[in-house]
Design a protein around this ligand. Sequence first.
Ligand code: URP
Ligand code: ZN
Ligand code: ZN
Length: 480
Amino acid sequence: MTFDLVIRGGLVATAADVVRADVGITNGRIAALADRIVSGDRVIDATGRLVLPGGIDAHCHLDQPMMPGLASAGAAMADGFRSGTTSAAFGGTTSIMSFAVQHRGTSLRDAVADYHRRAEGNAVIDYGFHLVIADPTPAVLGQELPALIRRGHASLKVYMTYDAMRLTDREILDVLAVAHEERAVVLVHAENHEIIGWLADRLEREGRTKPLQHATSRPLVVEREATHRAITLGEVADVPLVIVHVSGAEPADEIRRARARGANVHAETCPQYLFLTEDDLDLPDMQGAKAMCSPPPRDTASQKAIWQGIEDGLFDIFNSDHAPYRFDEKGKLYAGPNPPFRKVANGIPGLETRLPLLFSEGVMTGRIDLRRFVALTATNNARLYGLHGRKGTIAVGADADIAVWNPDLKRVLRNTELHHNVDYTPYEGRMITGWPETVLSRGDVIVSDGMLNAEPGRGRFLEQAPSSALRRHGRVPQWT
Ligand code: URP
Ligand code: ZN
Ligand code: ZN
């Protein structure tokens, strides 16, 4: 049998195993894994290389229009689906889950159609959308949301903070009830809105408005309380929750406690909570704005707690929360050269650097093994978000989404060498060991020799199946 493409001689890693094997690819799918495959129309020599599933980044914001009341209102996102997915591909990511965001007073169905238009013709890798519910009207809850979930949008996101997005606990329960009925998973941005507002008002009155005070206004307790409350709401409704961007020990401990009592709760963290601290916010000339995101980077003890969760299995998934704003008047500094922290666009870039950072500091230091790396960055995202079987693993029948890594390649991170449309990286100057050299999406070699070989628009929409986090025998929700 002849294959379209053979990846020969590499060490193949999945979330379950690490084996020396050749990979045979036909019609965009993995057709064989064997000791030796002799016949291929094209051969990639992977001797001395690691052959990993392409990453799935299941938390990235691309081409999101901003609304008043959002911490980023007034700024424009620097990356749409073209530059965002290109940047992702160069960093070894072959699928993304972005967001289709409903704004108050608008239809969710129209928002989803709008985001499909934004991605189509632009994405170079495959993409799906979590649905952000900001206005759970009877029409949204009764008709639009059930229809969209049945059409492959099987993950929803709710915000507990940001004036324009936050839902009350009661509204969250309304969304969770639909998620329970329609078998969707729900992502939660868990921060206590009232505490943040109260603290930010005080800081403002005292004239303490620098980027560092963004973190002062959002201490860990804010996240701890909201995490506890979100999990409680999820337990009442019997819905699998994903607590996104967990930043320190206090929310992490809430998740550990909840799991110990049997709650169906999953946890995500992001590079910024491993590689940045408050010190990165405390820089002169507004440079600290480059590290401003919510929740904020914290202290070294928090970094340690997050590494602990990466190592011991607390975290299921590791995603970028790429929220791309330039460091200029179109982005971070939309409100002027020296704005108070409330008027700085929130979010940092990270699609391209997510995998190399964790590989370098996680795998190469021996903190985690390759299987855990693959689980955190690809397989568990596929399972949670209904892509398993197609994406996130190297197995016969799966899409040939593969990254061939050179584990010895040393590189200093320079923004000038990245492919996003943001004019900085918060990781400038950091030394990295290991980088994906060749990247395949559905069998197409889309990155090799530092070049992109992919037409905008080749990326396809990923219809989600129900999440593997759904329990076969769900508990009885507490309204029956
Ligand atoms: O600061 C952040 N994380 N901005 C992106 C939006 C979000 O909250 O995920
Ligand atoms: Zn968020
Ligand atoms: Zn986000």
